[in-house]
Design a protein around this ligand. Structure first.
Ligand code: NAD
Ligand code: GDU
Length: 331
């Protein structure tokens, strides 16, 4: 019995692979390496280079490795890019997820865990948001993920498939053991960008929008440590394996920080007073989004272990240092 992790060479997926390997699971990674890295995959896992929409490949992997569960991370993830290339996002996130679900259902795999996102709520929800808050994605990215949730819901009603759709809030940090982290070149995520700026990899960074209706005028987000998130997936998987029904659950800590508070944390932890430019709003950004994580805690007993902004930032900075060393050795 093995777990198929799509996108397992990417940021969150590579942490998931370690979580599974650490728990003695057999893991197969399917990744086309568009933004992921071969070296990010734990050596204990089998990496197969390919596309999630290749249904023959998926069928072969399920048969060959006796896959009982799929954890699906593969996708395109940048909100502003989805605004300028909506059809590309619907193709990679929605159409290809449809093909994957179909292959999985045909092959008789019983369990599926899906990377959804807080972007399905848009700006309409109150803060903090629970899972039954009105869904109103503001970006094609959010909608591409919501459509995948709906396909899973309907497929699970029609077929022998149970699923968990986990709606991540803002994922940050790196493996506390330093085995993997966020390595994407040109990443756009706030903590990654601020860490790169603190370490001199960027001359300066932008604060996108200072006129939001928040205390300091900048956007508020709920930052969750990537290792706590990987743990939540493993608990959700164990729950499905007991025969429990399908579930949608938020993954966040229930506490928000503004862009300026995050930048202050990166300055504090790194000890570097780096430069920031106050800029216009970025398209597609909701002003504030914070999770109500009660369901994940109740239904699969998730207990965050790294719920501390400076700790998250410290792990992100440590990984950034490690990448700097890695790149200077390979240069
Ligand atoms: N990073 C966040 O803050 C965040 C928040 C909410 C949800 N998510 C979701 O989590 C998942 C993982 O995000 P991430 O930050 O690790 O991104 P990432 O870009 O690091 O990882 C995505 C991986 O998927 C692979 N991939 C993409 N399209 C593929 C395809 N068609 N076939 C095979 N492989 C493909 C890439 O090569 C990469 O390794 C995504 O689905 C994303 O939407 C991320
Ligand atoms: O250089 C930067 C980068 C970001 N920001 C701001 O920081 C906040 C967080 O931005 P991120 O790009 O780090 O994250 P997003 O909130 O846009 O999106 C992330 O979280 C979402 C869920 O809320 C989605 O799931 C998505 O995949 C993931 O990228 C936003 O207000 C953004 O405008 C800046 O000011 N400067």
């Amino acid at each position: 019995m093995a777990v198929l992790v799509t996108g397992g060479a990417g940021y969150i997926g590579s942490h998931m692979v370690w979580e599974l390997v650490d728990n003695g699971e057999e893991v197969v990674v399917l990744d086309r390496l568009s933004t992921g890295f071969e070296w990010a995959v734990a050596p204990e896992a089998t990496l197969v280079r390919g596309d999630i929409a290749d249904q023959d490949l998926v069928a072969n992997l399920v048969r060959e490795h006796k896959i009982d569960s799929v954890i699906h991370f593969a996708g395109s993830i940048i909100v502003p890019e989805s605004v300028s290339d909506p059809l590309g996002y619907y193709e990679n996130n929605t159409c290809k997820t449809r093909a994957l679900i179909e292959a999985v259902v045909r092959a008789g795999v019983p369990h599926f865990i899906f990377s959804s996102t807080a972007a399905v709520y848009g700006a309409a929800g109150s803060v903090p948001v629970s899972e039954d808050t009105v869904l109103n994605p503001e970006s094609p990215y959010g909608l591409s993920k919501l459509m995948s949730e709906w396909m899973l819901r309907d497929a699970s009603r029609a077929h022998a498939l149970t699923y968990s759709a986990l709606r991540y809030f803002n994922v940050a940090g790196a493996d506390p053991k330093g085995r993997t982290g966020q390595s994407t070149r040109g990443a756009t995520h706030l903590i990654k960008v601020a860490s790169e700026t603190a370490l001199g990899k960027r001359a300066s960074m932008n604060v996108f929008g200072t006129d939001y209706p928040t205390a300091d005028g900048t956007c508020i987000r709920d930052y969750i440590h990537v290792s706590d998130l990987a743990r939540a997936h493993y608990l959700a998987l164990k729950r499905l394996r007991t025969g429990a029904p399908s579930l949608v659950a938020n993954c966040g800590y229930g506490r928000g920080f503004s862009v300026l508070e995050v930048i202050e944390s990166v300055r504090r932890v790194s000890g570097v007073d780096f430069d920031v430019q106050l800029s216009d709003r970025r398209p597609g950004d909701p002003p504030a989004i914070v999770a109500n994580p009660a369901r994940a805690m109740k239904e699969f007993g998730w207990k965050p272990e790294r719920d501390d902004l400076d700790l998250i930032v410290g792990d992100a900075l440590a990984w950034e240092e490690a990448l700097k060393r890695k790149n200077s050795v390979s240069a």
